[in-house]
Design a binder for this molecule. Structure first.
Ligand code: BV8
Length: 236
């Protein structure tokens, strides 16, 4: 394994599966009747704000009952011990990368533990349920808070910074994502088009974009990610 300078790691729901957080396939468990794309949308929030708030309140509460797994910890170890620059771009709205010790984390789809004010637009740290009467910590407006989460049809966060990271990386690793959701699913082909970076997929099974990767390893993230990180750090 050659020496890399700029490592960009894209993570999806699969990296948190062994921590006990549902991936989107079984998020249906919370919404057996709906597809996630139908309930995680601005239209769903306009139609049924209480229902959508409840979906996110349940998931935010559940975060306190789960812990990072060996895959999250391995990525934190890579950032701490490698002299390469390591950036995690996560599609996940959980806080498990941070709780494992990763510092350089970009949440392109937002975070369960933040609330965004429809009045002033500010996103504030938020640990509890968002209630109909909850007031914005920044401007005080009551009853105007939504989850700081990017829904289907909304533009992901920090796309300019992501573009720069993808343009500069010499190693792109995709972990635990089905490659079903854009623009995240298009990152690997964006990197390949530049012709510089080595690209690796670490997943339970081949994703929709597996053919774009130079290298792929399949198995549970909790097993294959620590092994991959060990190879990166020791060069063998
Ligand atoms: C946008 C926050 C415009 C919410 C999420 C038709 C064609 C192409 C695109 C579209 C289309 N129609 C609409 C679109 C656009 C749409 C989209 O892609 N739809 C899909 C469904 C077709 N995208 C959007 O709307 C995005 N916005 O396009 O704006 C734009 C874009 C750019 C520039 C200008 C304008 C916004 C999408 C964000 C939606 N919000 N999350 C919430 O969490 O509630 S998406 C949500 O699902 C996740 O964040 C994630 O991104 C996505 C997919 O989930 P994954 O993370 O991949 O998880 P999944 O369950 O799918 O897969 C799990 C994987 O893990 C599997 O592969 C499995 O094998 C593996 N696994 C399981 N266990 C393990 C494991 N791997 C390892 N170890 C294990 N133990």
């Amino acid at each position: 394994m050659r020496k890399f300078e700029e490592i960009v790691i894209l993570t999806g729901a699969g990296i948190s599966a062994e921590s006990g957080l549902s991936t989107f396939r079984d998020a249906g468990g919370l919404w057996e009747k709906h597809r996630i794309e139908d309930v995680a949308t601005p239209e769903a929030f306009a139609r049924d704000p209480e229902g959508v708030q409840k979906f996110y309140n349940l998931r935010r509460r559940h975060l306190d009952e789960v812990a990072p797994n060996a895959a999250h910890r391995a990525l934190a170890r890579l950032e701490a011990e490698s002299d390469s620059r390591v950036t995690i771009i996560t599609q996940n709205v959980d806080d498990l990368h941070e709780r494992a010790g990763s510092r350089n984390v970009l949440h392109m789809h937002g975070e369960l533990k933040k609330a965004r004010c429809l009045e002033c637009g500010r996103a504030s740290r938020w640990e509890d349920d968002i209630e109909p009467t909850s007031a914005c910590p920044a401007c005080g407006a009551a009853g105007r808070l939504r989850p700081h989460v990017v829904w289907f049809g909304e533009i992901p966060l920090e796309l300019d910074r992501i573009d720069r990271l993808l343009g500069a990386c010499d190693l792109f690793v995709s972990i635990g994502t089905s490659g079903a959701v854009y623009p995240a699913a298009g990152f690997v082909s964006q990197v390949r088009a530049l012709g510089r970076a080595h690209t690796v997929e670490l997943n339970l099974e081949p994703s929709a974009g597996s053919h774009f990767f130079h290298e792929a390893r399949y198995g549970p993230a909790g097993t294959i990610v620590p092994l991959f990180v060990e190879e990166l750090l020791t060069g063998r």
